[in-house]
Design a protein around this ligand. Sequence first.
Ligand SMILES: NC(=O)C1=CN([C@@H]2O[C@H](COP(=O)(O)OP(=O)(O)OC[C@H]3O[C@@H](n4cnc5c(N)ncnc54)[C@H](O)[C@@H]3O)[C@@H](O)[C@H]2O)C=CC1
Ligand SMILES: O=C(CO)COP(=O)(O)O
Length: 336
Amino acid sequence: MSKPVRAAVFGTGSWGTAFGMVLADAGCDVTLWARRPELADAVNSTRMNPDYLPGIELPENLRATADPAEAARDADFTVLAVPSQTLRGNLAEWVPLLAPGTVLVSLMKGVELGTVKRMSEVIEEVAKVSADRVAVVTGPNLAKEVAQRMPAAGVVACRDEAVARRIQTACHTPYFRPYTNTDVVGCELGGAVKNVIGLAVGIADGMGLGDNAKGSLITRGLAETTRLGLVMGADPMTFSGLAGLGDLAATCSSPLSRNHTFGINLGRGMTLQETIAVTRQTAEGVKSCESVLDLARRHGVDMPITETVVSIVHEGKPPVVALKELMGRSAKPERR
Ligand SMILES: NC(=O)C1=CN([C@@H]2O[C@H](COP(=O)(O)OP(=O)(O)OC[C@H]3O[C@@H](n4cnc5c(N)ncnc54)[C@H](O)[C@@H]3O)[C@@H](O)[C@H]2O)C=CC1
Ligand SMILES: O=C(CO)COP(=O)(O)O
């Protein structure tokens, strides 16, 4: 019998843990790296992650450690699930520990502030590996639902389709159905920008603007994501797939989405500081709205919803004023 695939998952938060469960259920031998030793101990002794997925029993073939060298050892796949803005610093520490030939898999949905790099680009740069050894897992995958083994589809994107297929096999379970895609740019942009649109929809929901507003924001949000993707070389079809529309639909309709919930709180009148204080987990769109807007401006792309989110979240513009401005933009054809 061949030996089981070894996967290291760096980040024992909601999605790192839930995706670790998927890999374990698919037959991989999984080690989670946790920043805090007490969380690693709790995972190993209680078979639960009390901080992020309380009440959910973890598979036997998944364990945790706070020692990054132990997590990384002999890993066929090294999965990265930390906040996008800390990835560069974290990975720089882990690179010397990585197993030779390991494939690096990003679960993150963000764009780095300042450099405007996608997560796979940060990984290639810091780990000094080619794009053929870096993959992305994305799609409508709310961690709590996946951890409860509720059905979901996802996307494994890699420039090298054979590598994407290896990861697809490693995470295919009766409840998690991964598809492959070679459009890494489109898949990553879909994931990062949907968090920003999720904030916008949340703000609209918090203001009580109704379902027409929601449908309009989702659609026009996807239109601006596609515009950016096109100039960056993405396949426009990716945005009507799981990494685009699929993820946007899940995020914008779910109370489990941190970005959506963050927006709702802002729309109801909470200040940014109050909203941050009640959000215990990573809401990537809060930072990535600025890097996405930066990216759009560098490429000369108009992203009015993203711009509106930045003005509300970071410039203190009252949502009612921002709404009036967004609705008051000059009339345009739907497609140009
Ligand atoms: N939660 C979800 O439903 C999904 C999340 N994602 C993406 O996965 C990525 C990770 O998100 P979650 O696991 O949900 O976040 P989380 O907030 O639940 O967990 C983040 C993890 O990173 C660790 N961390 C925080 N700051 C750190 C630092 N400075 N250095 C090292 N580790 C640090 C935390 O201890 C925790 O283990 C994000 O980019 C998110 O957009 C993608 C799909 C689904
Ligand atoms: O990416 C997600 C679902 O696919 C999770 O969304 P949030 O980060 O908004 O919770």
